[in-house]
Design a protein around this ligand. Structure first.
Ligand code: SF4
Length: 369
């Protein structure tokens, strides 16, 4: 073992914070075995070796109408184009019923920047859904959609989050983050948001007592330093906000059917990056791997620092870009067993119970359950 690897290992064992410079070096110079074993070491602070959790969920895309025009998106249609849709309540219910038939317990919603849907329109739809499905949990909107509709509705993020909360919303997700660096945003989605604004919305959501999550997408044309900047800012935000983001999920860009195109990154690169995320994001208990974009190969990441995954039943956004979704759930789960992981079905996270950090990294932020 080299001195540098030993130093990182000692840092993790001592429960100290690994620096950005160290993970940059590790990602570029560390062997696969180094990354795998160091991320497993970091995982062990929170989770038992050989055990992971999962749930079944659907992502319901209630509209494909969007005016943001991100060049990496294969899903959206401009309002005047052919092929646009906006699902009505019954059509949304039909999609949720399908998830229920698969035994799923969580529904995420993801549409686009619809130029006419106000925050109240969303809140009313979500309220009707809660009443119809009291036993399910919902991830209602992404932070990016929330930002857009708040602006359209001329309400602050604080007011927008309160409107949703008053209608029964419990969760928003950190979706629409891709790479949270302004240089990336400028290249690919200049109309979407500025990074500081994204975090202002996240903070307003958390401060209203709603749950939220962190996400990242890799494999566009981003540089390693842009990826690291994303992690650096996210770790700081999590410190500043008492570790309230419930989980971190990283998935991979699918290059088909959009203006940006390109080539999909390898599973090996995905695994190496997830290992870096586990080592660096010491203030996240749950690091999730993406079956949606990497299918059963995503489960390898459970040996590279990840501890949780979902089995998706549908998501048009990634399917349009080339993702394939299998409903042969047993075969995916068998793969977990094959690689020595016992996958345990879990309930959706509860916003009232924060993940407990069993050890405290360098920051002096604390968490209460
Ligand atoms: S990624 Fe989202 S915000 Fe961007 S164009 Fe697609 S639907 Fe719209």
């Amino acid at each position: 073992m080299s001195d540098s690897i030993k130093q990182i290992e000692d840092t993790i064992i001592a429960r100290e914070r690994v620096s950005t410079e160290s993970v940059a070096w590790l990602f570029s110079e560390g062997s696969d075995e180094d990354l795998r074993s160091l991320s497993s070491l970091a995982r062990r602070h929170y989770h038992t070796d050989g055990v992971a959790s999962y749930l079944k969920m659907a992502i319901v895309n209630y509209t494909n109408i969007c005016v943001a025009k991100c060049d990496y998106c294969s899903f959206y249609r401009l309002p005047h184009e052919d092929g646009t849709y906006l699902l009505n309540q019954n059509q949304v219910f039909a999609k949720i019923n399908e998830l229920v038939s698969f035994g799923g317990t969580l529904v995420g919603f993801n549409g686009g920047f619809h130029p006419k849907l106000t925050i109240l329109d969303y809140a009313k739809l979500f309220k009707a859904i809660h009443l119809e499905y009291p036993s399910l949990k919902f991830y209602e909107m992404t932070v990016a959609e929330f930002m857009f509709t708040c602006k359209l509705s001329k309400v602050s993020y604080e007011e927008g989050a309160k409107i949703l909360k008053d209608h029964g919303t419990e969760w928003i997700t950190g979706g629409g983050a891709e790479i949270l660096v302004d240089s990336f945003r400028l290249r690919h989605s200049p109309g979407k948001y500025k990074v500081e604004d994204y975090y202002a919305a996240q903070k307003a959501i958390l401060d209203q007592g709603l749950g939220s999550t962190a996400t990242m997408v890799i494999g566009f044309d981003e540089s390693t330093s842009e990826r690291l900047e994303h992690l650096e800012r996210l770790r700081r935000f999590q410190d500043e906000n008492q570790n309230r983001l419930a989980s971190f999920l990283c998935w991979t860009y699918k290059p088909f059917g959009n203006a940006l195109g390109g080539k999909e990154i390898s599973t090996r690169e995905y695994l190496r990056w997830l290992a870096i995320c586990r080592i660096y994001l010491d203030n996240f208990v749950h690091i999730r791997t993406s079956v949606l974009t990497k299918n059963e190969r995503a489960l390898e990441a459970l040996l590279w620092g990840a501890n949780d995954f979902d089995l998706p039943t549908e998501d048009e956004v990634t399917q349009k870009a080339g993702a394939t979704i299998s409903h042969a759930f047993d075969s995916v789960l068998n793969h977990a067993e094959k690689i020595g992981i016992k996958a345990v079905y879990r309930k959706p996270f509860d916003t009232r119970v924060r993940p407990i950090l069993s050890w405290q990294p360098l920051s002096d932020s604390t968490i209460s359950s």
